[in-house]
Write a protein of this length. Structure first.
Lengths: 110, 112
């Protein structure tokens, strides 16, 4: 079957660094996306990895290991506005269907 | 403004009633999608369309129907056969290799 696992909730302190992990088992792989979703709002795109390694984009970085079926999203210099859900999503076979994880709710405290 | 427009933002359904959620895009994407999101769960695919006049069932299509008569529009009907329709519904367009999906602001559907 197809499965994406990520922690349900995480808490971190303003100014700190947090790493959100994601493991996946899918039929076919055409890349992995991370989205941010504030409560009651639309998901917004953060990052995309298709090759192994680290992609850095400002305060956000994302890592992929295809052989391990593993990715993480790294958020640096946490701000209160980073409190949101973070969705790990895999683009599957054929390149047009995306499978989403349940999301990790991140709480940033002062 | 370019993007995905969903309406209404909030919708209430009576027992036995069909309701239709609107989704319009001006991004010129061929592919469009409908997802359902329940508390504590990820997005689950209801229906998707890769091209006008064609659409496919997703993982939870029972109790839903769609049409794709125009490239810009992909309405979703929640029929009375859907016994647990209360959820947050998201429409998306685009997506593919190195192309993220663009989402509308969602419609929250509740039962009266």
């Amino acid at each position: 079957g197809q499965n994406i696992d990520q922690p349900t909730e995480m808490t971190a302190t303003e100014g700190a660094i947090v790493q959100i992990n994601c493991t996946y088992q899918t039929s076919g792989f055409n890349g992995l996306f991370w989205y941010q979703q504030h409560a009651g709002e639309a998901p917004t795109f953060l990052s995309y990895n298709v090759l192994d390694g680290l992609e850095e984009k400002g305060r956000f970085s994302s890592f992929l290991s295809r052989s391990k079926g593993y990715s993480y999203l790294l958020l640096k210099e946490l701000q209160m506005k980073d409190s949101a859900s973070y969705l790990c999503a895999v683009l599957g076979l054929g390149g047009f269907k995306t499978i989403f994880g349940a999301g990790t709710r991140l709480f940033v405290k002062a | 403004d370019g993007g995905i427009t969903q309406s209404p933002k909030y919708l209430f359904r009576k027992e036995g009633q069909n309701v239709t959620l609107s989704c319009e895009q001006n991004l010129n994407h061929d592919a469009m999608y409908w997802y359902r999101q329940d508390p504590g769960q990820g997005l689950r695919l209801i229906y998707y369309s890769q091209i006008v006049n064609d659409f496919q069932k997703g993982d939870i299509a029972e109790g839903y129907s769609v049409s794709r008569e125009k490239k810009e529009s992909f309405p979703l009907t929640v029929t009375s056969a859907q016994k647990n329709p209360t959820a947050f519904y998201l429409c998306a367009a685009g997506g593919g290799v190195n192309q993220p999906q663009h989402f509308g602001d969602g419609t929250r559907l509740s039962i009266l």
